[in-house]
Write a protein of this length. Structure first.
Length: 174
């Protein structure tokens, strides 16, 4: 019985991930509500973005690739700020406890838990990572948002690599 339920859950996750990814957000669109957890593990809140913001979404906190990518944003925070960026937000389909721990080295960047994958689904940037990470996760991408409107989206073709979403590449686009 348990294997039937597990198989059904896997099929549902795969179907949901493929359906949601077909409506990928693109430049010129209004950003959907960024309903995530930052300060409380029990209650999601909508983060209000203003000005020019950077959203760095990763498949999972503490994965090898994510642990290499994010320090570039921490180290270059002042350079982003000098280019007019008002905030940098790292988002992952992880719980708030994991994201709080992932935030061990930064006082300037926000680490947000999209624990139910709602934001990833709303942007259409979700994929089935069940074999490696146990369920649907967000694709690796960086979005530049200006006053709630998506200015650009850089999505890695392979979520296990950082080729177009590193901090220096995104800084050059500002």
């Amino acid at each position: 019985m348990a294997s039937i339920i597990a198989g059904a859950a896997h099929t549902a996750h795969s179907t949901a991930a493929s359906l949601l990814s077909s409506a990928q957000i693109h430049p010129g669109k209004t950003l959907p509500p960024l309903k995530v957890k930052e300060t409380s593990p029990e209650r999601a809140e909508i983060v209000q973005l203003s000005g020019t913001t950077i959203i760095v979404d990763v498949p999972g906190a503490f994965t090898g690739t994510c642990s290499v990518q994010i320090p570039g944003y921490v180290d270059n925070y002042e350079a982003f700020k000098a280019k007019g960026v008002t905030g940098i937000y790292v988002v992952a389909v992880n719980d708030q406890f994991v994201m709080k721990s992932f935030d061990c080295c930064s006082t300037t960047i926000h680490f947000l838990a999209d624990d139910q994958g709602e934001f990833a689904g709303a942007t259409g940037l979700i994929f089935d990572a069940t074999p490696l990470l146990g369920g649907p996760r967000s694709k690796r991408y960086v979005m530049i948002v200006k006053n709630q409107e998506v200015a650009s989206v850089a999505v890695e073709e392979d979520s296990g690599k950082v080729t177009i979403t590193d901090a220096k590449t995104i800084l050059a686009q500002l």
